[in-house]
Design a protein around this ligand. Structure first.
Ligand code: LLP
Length: 394
């Protein structure tokens, strides 16, 4: 299928494998939990409508962080009652849209959001379910740039600042949920378990008097690490969770993004030029950090496969054509020798790949294709040059 695709479509393009996504969601749904649970896909990992629609079919809900993600989730077929809205900087527009759609929960991260949701809901004759994202002050032991549960950061609210009694008195909001998300790329399940423990104790404490907390939202963060077999031990995680929740009646929500889609995606790119610079050999490809930002932003190296027959290995830096010195896809990687016109694919780029792409340097955002065993179809066409001018007025 690959050579057919390369004949039919010009690079760069993202290719996703439906079966890989299906296996991930089926695995998560098959975990042997002794409590009520639901997985909500973190839409930011990959907001393509076809991917959202596929995941929705497996009884997943959605987790969104903007009006745009909410709109796309509803368009992809998620019921509003299976959508959760997170995010530290919700605008009035975001909040009004989420309130009028009466989604499952708006998880606030700033206490001022509560008064606004209350007032707007009352104006509309509604009662809105809310959660509060707690900052548990736990180190996720992951990359510094994607850790979110430590005190001093912008995420969540510290418990000592929350007056639960007053919140319970609001007539336009119903506080049903406590939530947290301590970071991404987590492989040490003990860090997750410790943060869950904190949330459970807090909910138990609140419920001794107020009895409002029905749902605990434990966030996502399950790691998929490039070039490493290190991964979350799901069995230990599941067993520890069953123990933690033994005798409790909370509904549990998880919000995985990366785990569901990362391995399903590849970015196909062409070698435009190969040059020598000092003691370096540099490949310039037709993909750049506009198409795949993560290496430049987080210093990670995606797994790379060269689509030629070469047996000789060479060490290269792989760069894009953006006029920025941070525009690299990989540095010092040993791969088969390439020549102009060869194809290279970056693997495990299904999460935070296309979703973090941009049109910087006025590059059209790439085509996206979804394949299964029998067929493939385009699920996002490449931007046209006219698209690059859309909404601009001369
Ligand atoms: N829930 C909340 C509230 C989140 O902020 C996130 C991710 C998730 C769930 C999903 O986390 P996941 O299961 O995908 O780790 N762009 C970075 C990742 C940033 C994740 C931001 N929040 C990357 O490319 O590594």
């Amino acid at each position: 299928m690959t050579s057919k695709l390369l004949q039919e479509f010009s690079t760069p393009f993202y290719l996703y494998d439906e079966e890989v996504i299906q296996n991930k969601v089926l695995f998560l749904n098959s975990l042997d939990f002794k409590f009520d649970f639901k997985f909500h896909f973190a839409v930011k990992a990959n907001p393509n409508l076809a991917i959202l629609n596929l995941i929705k079919k497996y009884n997943f809900g959605a987790e969104v962080v903007s009006a745009g993600e909410l709109f796309k989730s509803l368009k992809a077929g998620f019921d509003p009652t299976s959508v959760i809205f997170d995010g530290p900087g919700k605008t009035e527009f975001d909040l009004k849209y989420a309130i009028t759609q009466q989604i499952k929960s708006i998880n606030v991260e700033n206490l001022e959001e509560i008064a606004f949701i209350n007032e707007y809901s009352l104006n509309k004759g509604l009662i809105t379910n809310i959660g509060i994202r707690i900052n548990p002050d736990i180190d996720a032991k992951t990359l510094d740039k994607i850790t979110t549960g430590k005190s001093g950061g912008k995420f969540g609210v510290s418990v000592d600042q929350i007056d639960f009694e007053s919140i319970a008195k609001f007539k336009g909001v119903r506080l049903t949920t406590l939530s947290e998300h301590i970071g991404s790329q987590i492989t040490d399940h003990n860090q997750l378990i410790s943060s869950y423990q904190k949330l459970i104790s807090l909910a138990d404490k609140i419920n001794t008097s107020l009895k409002t907390i029905q749902t605990l939202d434990f966030g996502g963060g399950f790691g998929v690490i490039d070039h490493s077999d290190k991964k979350l031990n799901f069995r230990d995680w599941q067993n520890d969770l069953n123990q933690l929740l033994d005798g409790k009646s909370y509904n549990i929500i998880f919000e995985p993004g990366r785990y569901v889609v990362a391995d399903s995606g590849e970015l196909y790119t062409k070698v435009l030029y190969v040059k020598k610079s000092g003691n370096k050999k540099i490949i310039i490809t037709d993909s750049s950090f506009s198409e795949y930002l993560r290496p430049a932003l987080y210093d990670i190296t995606p797994p790379i496969k060269v689509l030629n027959e070469s047996q000789d290995l060479e060490t290269y830096d792989i760069a894009g054509g953006i006029c920025e010195s941070t525009d690299y896809l990989a540095k010092d990687v040993q791969i088969p020798r390439v020549k102009q016109g060869d194809f290279i694919k970056l693997m495990n780029v299904g999460a935070y790949g296309s979703s973090m792409s941009s049109t910087y340097n006025s590059r059209p955002r790439p085509l996206e294709i979804l394949k299964n065993k029998e067929e493939y179809r385009v699920i996002r066409s490449r931007d046209t040059l006219e698209d690059l001018c859309k909404n601009e007025i001369m």
